[in-house]
Design a binder for this molecule. Structure first.
Ligand code: NIG
Ligand code: FE
Length: 400
């Protein structure tokens, strides 16, 4: 991860939506005399892969943010009507077309920040109809937008209020009804669980992910975010694509991930936005040989963060990662966290022609100008994307 190959005066030869060759400009020019040429000034990166977002939601949760600033804890905020369940009430009440409109705008903003492949989770519905509604929104947005979207079912994001007194029934509903329905309609490629003491226990997460695997879904896990509970070990044992968050990861969790193919997805913007000092032990993971990726965790509660460059800058300063490591973490490794390492995240022959040019002169600057918006052009599947798609709003909306 600590090595990236940087070419100067280079060219990329495209064949439709794929990359055919990459190498010195003069050489490719001579060998392809008839080809149209588009000049790029600055640095061309592979399109970034944002491998963890919750982009389908209604209103932002501004009050949560301010209450936290004034010292209220998670439970008090939830008791006053905030937290994940506030977004659940909103998504349940909101129409599919309204959610789609909001999601499309957000995807365009993420794309304009350099993310050409974006994983999007459900998880603010927590009943079959509302979870399917969110997943259909992702499918419709994938059809209309230029970024590639990868849908994940997160019906196990929280126990919904109507099942609080009978949580085992909700786990059964997930395993026996919701996961089979999602798989039947091919609305998700992976299943995720928020595995955390007080949300879903390790044993419940194991049941849910086992049911998902039986239905042919890939596995992901929100693991060891706030209190360690052995989520990372579970993800590694089940062969999950990724274990995400990991701010409270134990030493045995580090060893389990390092010995597995499960990617450790770190989300430093989340801990910063939540005002927490702890961060995932990135250096330990890297030194132990684990594959580390970075993502925004874009969501209305803990990370209203739209750009991977900000996350990369935070990863250098908060996680102790090298520039080359953060680049690997938003390209090849993030693609691996979605099972797409063979076709995304590299400028190499055969890879999808998803490319982003940045107005910088040294590639490291992408992870340096913290909060800067330096994208100058984006191509997906070999063709240029408009970067000024009209009025954009991330969501100054009242709750539905
Ligand atoms: O990834 N950890 C759980 N879920 C989200 C938070 C979602 C919310 O607060 O709405 C996360 O941080
Ligand atoms: Fe998350």
């Amino acid at each position: 991860m600590a090595e990236v190959e940087v070419l100067s005066n280079a060219a990329v030869l495209l064949d439709g939506g794929r990359i055919e060759a990459v190498g010195p400009y003069a050489e490719l020019r001579d060998a392809n005399a008839g080809a149209a040429v588009e000049a790029v000034h600055g640095v061309l990166f592979p399109g970034f892969v944002d491998c963890h977002t919750h982009a389908v939601f209604g209103a932002p949760r501004l009050d949560d943010h301010e209450r936290r600033a004034l010292g209220e804890d998670y439970k008090t905020i939830a008791a006053r009507g905030g937290g994940i369940l506030q977004s659940v009430r909103d998504v349940r009440a909101r129409s599919e077309s309204d959610l789609l409109d909001l999601t499309r705008h957000r995807i365009r903003v993420l794309l304009a920040h350099g993310s050409t492949t974006i994983e999007v989770k459900s998880g603010y519905g927590l009943d079959l109809a509302s979870e399917l509604k969110q997943l259909r929104v992702i499918r419709a947005a994938a059809a209309s937008e230029r970024a590639a979207l990868v849908p994940t079912f997160l019906g196990a994001h929280e126990v919904p209020p109507e099942y609080r007194a009978r949580r085992a029934e909700y786990v059964r509903l997930l395993c026996e009804d919701m996961i089979p329905a999602v798989a039947r309609e091919r609305l998700a490629t992976a299943c995720d669980v928020f595995c955390e003491p007080g949300v879903f226990e390790v044993s419940e997460a194991r049941s849910i992910l086992t049911a998902a695997r039986q239905q042919g879904l890939a596995l992901k896990l929100h693991a060891d975010e706030l209190e360690g509970s052995g989520g990372a070990e579970l993800a590694a044992a089940l062969g999950a694509l990724s274990a995400d968050h990991l701010a409270a990861l134990s030493e045995s969790g580090v060893r389990a991930l390092a010995a597995s193919n499960t990617v450790a997805v770190l989300l430093p913007a989340t801990m910063v936005f939540l005002g927490k000092r702890g961060q995932a032990p990135a250096r330990q993971l890297l030194d132990a040989g684990a594959a580390v990726a970075l993502a925004t965790d874009f969501n209305p509660g803990s990370s209203p963060t739209v750009g991977l460059p900000l996350v990369m800058a935070l990863a250098v300063s908060q996680l102790g990662m090298r520039y080359a490591e953060v680049v690997s973490a938003v390209t090849v490794n993030a693609a691996a966290a979605l099972g797409l390492a063979a076709e995304r995240g590299q400028i190499a022959p055969g890879f999808r022609a998803d490319l982003v040019s940045w107005g910088v002169s040294d590639w490291r600057e992408v992870a340096y100008w913290m909060g800067g918006q330096l994208v100058t052009a984006v191509w997906t599947g070999g063709s240029a994307c408009p970067l000024t798609p009209g009025p954009i709003s991330l969501g100054p909306h009242v709750q539905a």
